[in-house]
Write a protein that binds this ligand. Sequence first.
Ligand SMILES: NC(=O)c1ccc[n+]([C@@H]2O[C@H](COP(=O)([O-])OP(=O)(O)OC[C@H]3O[C@@H](n4cnc5c(N)ncnc54)[C@H](OP(=O)(O)O)[C@@H]3O)[C@@H](O)[C@H]2O)c1
Length: 480
Amino acid sequence: MDGECDLVVFGAAGDLSGRKLFPALFQLHCAGLLAPQSRIVALARRPQTQETFANDLLERLGGLAESADEQWSSFTERLHYCCLDFNDGKQYALLRTLLKPGRRAIYYLATPPSLFGAICEKLSAQQLIDEYSRVVLEKPIGQDLASCRAVNETVGRLVAEENIYRIDHYLGKETVQNLLVLRFANRFINTQWDQSCIDHIQITVAETVGIEGRWSYYNEVGQLRDMVQNHLVQLLCLVAMEPPNAMTAESIRDEKVKILRALRRIDAASVSAHAVRGQYAQGWYRGSAVPGYLEEEDCTVGDSDTETFVAIKAHIDNWRWAGVPFYLRTGKRLPEKLTEIVITYKSLPHNIFSAGDNIPNRLVIRLQPNEGIAMQMVSKLHSLKNKMALVRQNLNLDFLGSSGMSRIPDAYERLFLDVINGDPSLFVGREEVEEAWQWCDALIAAWDAQAMPVSPYHAGSWGPAKAELLIERDGRSWHE
Ligand SMILES: NC(=O)c1ccc[n+]([C@@H]2O[C@H](COP(=O)([O-])OP(=O)(O)OC[C@H]3O[C@@H](n4cnc5c(N)ncnc54)[C@H](OP(=O)(O)O)[C@@H]3O)[C@@H](O)[C@H]2O)c1
């Protein structure tokens, strides 16, 4: 079988589909990267015609499709809309009539995880899953270890592990793949990547938005489960793992699992010194007043202890990383939309330049905005007055500029292509996702045991004061 497939999107009318999945599929179509005979079957609960669905989609794609009239019309020829209640097994017979026998089916489940098992059972009951079928599961897989295992077991009974693609879209970002190249294709980086050279590592995923119409869902979940368990933990694994022996899914996953097992559990005794939870209160963003978490339009309760901000000081108990803290921080309604990994090297043992500080090198890996990598070097300030003043300057890797492309492809484009081509190396394995939940569950249990309340922070600030203290206690500060 070549790349020809029937791509079935469950939850096609949802937010993720409109903002990410269909734009990515359209871009792949425009770039000629979808096989000519491949079809896209869009499944959603709403009764509507194919035409209404396509028009609605066109509106959601906005400028992307309008500037490519012809492409849009050929894209809609691939598109088949079908109204289906995912919980009603009988309706799956309709889906069967839409799929071409003998062609690979790829089922993309852009639905709440509580539906993953049920959908696979119903597909299987209609003999719609065979050895060639692939199933893509959106994050999060469950809400804790127990629910994650339940999903993995149900889906795993019906679909072989090598055909299950668990998405963490951060892994599809160009810069994240570049992190692997940077680490494993550059000798000088590779040999300086451990506790002997590195002082500490920071990973920040900051959002400026609040909850955006997902309040009830989010209030049950919180920032730790929504962002840390998957995105931040995955980034930490890629930064910290040993070199895999090949770029295969199995090798990469094995190395990531070793890191997750070495990630020190935060327990009730250590939680107050290692983890901060916050919740945004009213504040300001770019000159406009913004509401607090409990004043958001769709807030349904008078009070809530759900965290919208988390800062963690994590440790990896292995030879390479002994004594190197990993500071993780993520939150809503922060001042900037920013995802970056900052590696701070140790200062030199002795400073011979009396006119300057002993400035450590920093490697900044920026996933958004302006994807790129900068090595902060120390050099001399050009000056006659100050003979040997030192300044920090950047050696920049600018991805967009050097690629010759007009835009950096979205993560979902990469990941769709990899699913179609059967390359699971940028997807998350079962053991990984379960280990990550185990670590998060321990942290949540520690918070519960200490009845640790959320600390308020003003919307538009970098989180509660306790998050500053978490790092300042160690004589360090967050990278601004
Ligand atoms: N949105 C994001 O940016 C994002 C990012 C990463 C991961 N995710 C994850 O991806 C999944 C989907 O997210 P989303 O934001 O797109 O959610 P959403 O907007 O609520 O979309 C879910 C879709 O599933 C449909 N659905 C739910 N139950 C159904 C049923 N029994 N039968 C038929 N259709 C059903 C809903 O149909 P109705 O419209 O009829 O209710 C809706 O269209 C979630 O697990 C989410 O955590 C989302």
